[in-house]
Write a protein that binds this ligand. Sequence first.
Ligand code: SF4
Ligand code: SF4
Length: 465
Amino acid sequence: MSNNELKINNHNFRVIKNSDSNLLFHVPSSSLFELDETNESLINRLDNKKIESFSKEEIVELEKLNIVGNEEPFKYTEVKNFPATTLILNIASGCNLSCTYCYKADLETLSNSGNMTFETATQAIEHLYEGAPGQKLYNVTFFGGEPLSNFELIKDVTIYATKFFKEKDAQVDFTITTNATLLTKEIISFLKSYQFGITISMDGPKAIHNKTRLTNSGSGSYDMVRKKVELLLSMYDKNRPIGARVTLTRGITQVEEIWDHLFNDLNFSEVGFAPATASDNAIFNLSEKELVDVFEGFKKMGEAYIDSACKGEFNGFSNLHRIVGDIHAGRKKKLPCGAGVGLLSVSYEGDFDLCHRFTGSDFPNFGNVKTGLDKPKLSNFIEKRLNTNDGDCSTCHIRNLCAGGCYHESYIKYNDPSKAVLHYCDIMRDWIDFGLYTYSKIRNDNPEFFDKYFNEEKGDTNGLI
Ligand code: SF4
Ligand code: SF4
């Protein structure tokens, strides 16, 4: 760079073009600005780095935004407290299905299942409160294996937690992720009376679902799951959305067909897709070409999301909805998710893990409900991820929305969860750019959509997540 050239920080801004107006995404502040003609010409002139192309005032303005000039020196961030308000209780290690791709390393059949005791669950809840006292809202999530195989514990813990948090003048909400097969009218009535948020693991129409989601005897589980889902949706409170979670594995890339079945035929309120890129068993990972196809499918679904949003409706495509929510809230994530800081997972034996994906894996835990959370160890882990000045992430324009990706994927891919997930960054950047384009379209055509759907999502813009 010669003396009369500006130092341009391309990773600190992004121009989002759409047919109505162009926007500038300012990366350090996670803010979007509409570009008028003057500003657009200013940004366009950055291609020509010559200092004499800019007035003094323009250079000062660009420096303030960190679009040109030297950046702030790196500052080490310490994390010593872990005020988690979400607790994932892995209450049963066993499952009554045998999905071919299941990641749970400790998965047992139901007869060998390790079940959490009431004492372990209540100790975990007490730990949660002690770690983050005085909050207004807590969440307890029941997970497995198949959590409904231990329904008696769900009942007891729900009643206990409701009373426990009421005495602390706080609220608690409950969520569960289940394969639906063990649902009964009695169970649904109970979940309804405590307003559970429910996510059903279901992979699409019969031919697709039955490829991988098998019973222990090896037959497809679709008919059974569908029957139970229909019962659940007929009985449940319409104000409490029930979502489907779809795992996309090798050979399964039919995003639109799956969404259409789950949203339009079965009437789920939301459909979220989890593309397998780093499964324990690599043969289930989507190939590179398949991953590209999946994200192309996401973009087609995204166009439908935009059309619905412009009419004031949500089409249930939760992968994009989450990104739009993050952009709307101006999130500046330093960590990819709440694992370890906003949420803790507890194994049926009472061990603390970063999240449910680590529970049952051979990655070391962070203490136990009996001995307490190992804060120094957790601090080391989180600080390593936060402060490792990974060149790929520090110069990436989506760093504040991606923050290096899922710890568990890194663990499987590189055997080190503190590393960033770098194996599909180009696809992620393209996808987040699509999220920015989506946001700008809706902002232009129907900004009321954000008030309707994201009121509660405005939030932690200055924290870690
Ligand atoms: S993991 Fe990749 S996409 Fe994510 S912030 Fe880092 S470099 Fe960017
Ligand atoms: S570590 Fe990965 S699987 Fe666990 S909560 Fe975070 S994003 Fe999800």
